[in-house]
Design a protein around this ligand. Structure first.
Ligand code: NAD
Length: 299
């Protein structure tokens, strides 16, 4: 079976490529290497170096594909605030190109990587897929538009699409460099450099941390599950547990420094946790790796 993974040189995509190759698929990766790393790519995968923003490149890459996993994106909230137009062209136009390519090539199933950023500020910390989305950044809005396009393509053209709303994914190969490093790899790097773990504000802000291997399994099960046709499916992919930044710092270990008491940006939510019951009922997916086990494996 031929599978395409866009963004397959990135953190999550490279793990999906490994799983597909383990299962005996032929894998083609479309990646422009803007944030990805060629060294993370399984040598058995074929790499097409190009952008999802180009419809012709997408069309030729998707030829003959059975399953397509669309992960390529400019995946940083701050970057989307700084450059909403550039991010839009990759995150929204790129996703539309993938949907149109998948439709033209009669792809059996398309799995789109969405994000918990579509929820934005809510009055509850427990995110269920039924909540009205209220994105607080261009990135969150781009992901929501992608989901809505996916649903439209399912209803108009019968395309089988599943959008997976990942919460905070962590694990091996995650970048710890640059201004956009996420909290776990960032803390690990500070600790290894003998520096204090810097926490913005009081550290009570919470997130839902899900291990990349659980995210890979969600992708595989979303691709192979029997699903109702006629509309796109949207599923939360998180651990179902709420964890504060203070707790992450304690688990990583080392000295902690609180800075800037109230720096919460306008685009950052205070509390967030996934309700994963829909993923359990539709694709039989539940997270397997606890945060303590997951962090221990990358310490
Ligand atoms: N990591 C998380 O916690 C998280 C949470 C929610 C959603 N997501 C989503 O999951 C997906 C993968 O995220 P990640 O953490 O692995 O990010 P990543 O930056 O490691 O991977 C993204 C990959 O896409 C490639 N890419 C970027 N722009 C491209 C373009 N125009 N054409 C082709 N390739 C391009 C990059 O080179 C990189 O290899 C993204 O869609 C992201 O929005 C990630």
């Amino acid at each position: 079976m031929r599978c395409v993974v866009t963004g397959g040189c990135g953190f999550i995509g490279s793990h999906i490529v490994d799983a597909l190759i383990r299962d005996g698929s032929d894998v083609v990766v479309l990646d422009d290497l803007s944030t990805g790393n060629h060294e993370h790519l399984n040598p058995e995968a074929e790499l097409i170096e190009g952008t999802v923003a180009d419809p012709e490149t997408v069309r030729s890459t998707l030829r003959g594909a059975t399953w397509v996993f669309h992960l390529a994106a400019l995946a940083r909230v701050q970057q989307s605030v700084d450059d909403p137009i550039g991010s839009h062209s990759v995150n929204v136009n790129g996703t539309l190109n993938i949907l149109q390519g998948a439709r033209e090539q009669n792809v059996e199933r398309l799995i789109v990587s969405s994000s918990s950023s579509v929820y934005g500020e809510q009055t509850t910390h427990l995110m269920t897929e039924e909540l009205p989305p209220r994105p607080m950044s261009p990135y969150g809005l781009h992901k929501l538009i992608g989901e809505q396009y996916a649903d439209l393509f399912a209803r108009l053209f019968g395309l089988q699409v599943v959008s997976l709303r990942y919460f905070n994914v962590y694990g091996p190969r995650q970048s710890s460099k640059g201004a956009y490093a996420l909290v776990i790899p960032h803390f690990l790097r500070l600790r290894d450099e003998g520096k204090p773990l810097t926490i913005f504000g009081d550290g009570h802000q919470t997130r839902d941390y899900v291990h990349v291997e659980d995210v890979v399994r969600a992708n595989m099960q979303a691709a192979s599950a029997e699903l109702p046709a006629g509309h796109a499916i949207t599923l939360n992919v998180g651990s179902g547990e709420e964890t504060s930044v203070n707790k992450i710092a304690r688990m990583v270990g080392g000295k902690v420094e609180h800075i800037n008491p109230n720096p919460r940006g306008a685009f950052e939510e205070l509390r967030k946790c996934a309700d994963t019951s829909r993923a359990k009922s539709l694709i039989s997916w539940t997270p397997n790796i606890s945060l303590s086990e997951g962090i221990r494996s990358i310490l």
